[in-house]
Design a protein around this ligand. Structure first.
Ligand code: G3P
Ligand code: MG
Length: 248
């Protein structure tokens, strides 16, 4: 199993998503301003094979564009507004490329959880392209990132590109065979959704030697319980509020 070093207690989900448009540089900047040391973000590929940071596979919810991300080139995606939907003061925010995101995070000395969020059929390719970029661009003196995905083919590709980068097995509900999958993919961490995570499962994950990162924790009381159960990191939309509420 690869080793995860120096995981933070708080990871800002898609940036500080409660207070800025998700998966934009503004959201990553806001996360930093709220005191988060790490962010989580989602990566998929444009039509011309460029890794971009956006959650949905379609553009309508978080941009002024229409249609599928996979059908647009990087230039077309970056011509869209990804901030105005959230608030007028964010008009002009763009869909960041992965390269721009890494550059911003490095400039702030932050760490990250890169979630590979491939469209159907590009599970391996998305992980390969994203991880090649991380390998080339991420400075060695900064926190070692963690690479997660719901897609097992993406995790396998991530392992093949850079076995030394820790991987997180991302699940909504922990399946009975989680341990065999985590072993097969040589994962360092398990990222279960907090809603259906039980205390016994949390303890099982920790006693098996895995890091436990859980999402999306926007309630202080729930966060306190999860930390008491052994969670290493809480992935939250409101890093400042959750850290303050937990006195972290
Ligand atoms: O990585 C945790 C969380 O981001 C997974 O779900 O849909 O928010 O990307 P989603
Ligand atoms: Mg995500």
């Amino acid at each position: 199993m690869s080793t995860v070093i120096d995981l933070p207690r708080i990871i800002a989900h898609r940036g500080a998503k409660a207070n800025a448009p998700e998966n934009t540089i503004a959201a990553f900047r806001r996360a930093h301003e709220e005191g988060a040391r790490w962010v989580e973000f989602d990566v998929q590929l444009s039509a011309d094979g460029q890794p971009v940071v956006i959650h949905d596979h379609t553009l309508e919810r978080t941009t002024n564009g229409r249609g599928e991300v996979r059908a647009k080139t990087l230039a077309e995606l970056q011509a869209l507004d990804a901030g105005a939907w959230f608030g007028r003061s964010f008009a002009g925010e763009r869909i960041p490329s992965l390269a721009e995101t890494l550059e911003f995070l490095a400039s702030r000395g932050m760490g990250f959880n890169l979630e590979v969020k491939p469209c159907a059929g590009r599970e391996r390719e998305t992980a390969e392209i994203a991880l090649e970029l991380v390998k080339r661009r991420w400075p060695s003196g900064l926190p070692t990132p963690i690479i997660s995905s719901f897609k097992l083919d993406s995790l396998a590709a991530a392992r093949d590109v850079d076995p030394g980068l820790p991987r997180g097995y991302l699940v909504d509900k922990l399946p009975p065979d989680w341990r065999a999958t985590a072993e097969r993919l040589d994962c360092a961490a398990i990222h279960p959704g907090m809603r259906r995570l039980t205390r016994d499962q949390a303890r099982e994950i920790k006693s098996a030697g895995y890091a436990l990162l859980t999402w999306t924790v926007n309630d202080v009381g729930r966060g306190r319980d999860l930390l008491a159960w052994g969670a290493d990191s809480l992935i939250t939309d409101a890093p400042g509020d959750i850290a303050a509420g937990l006195a972290l």
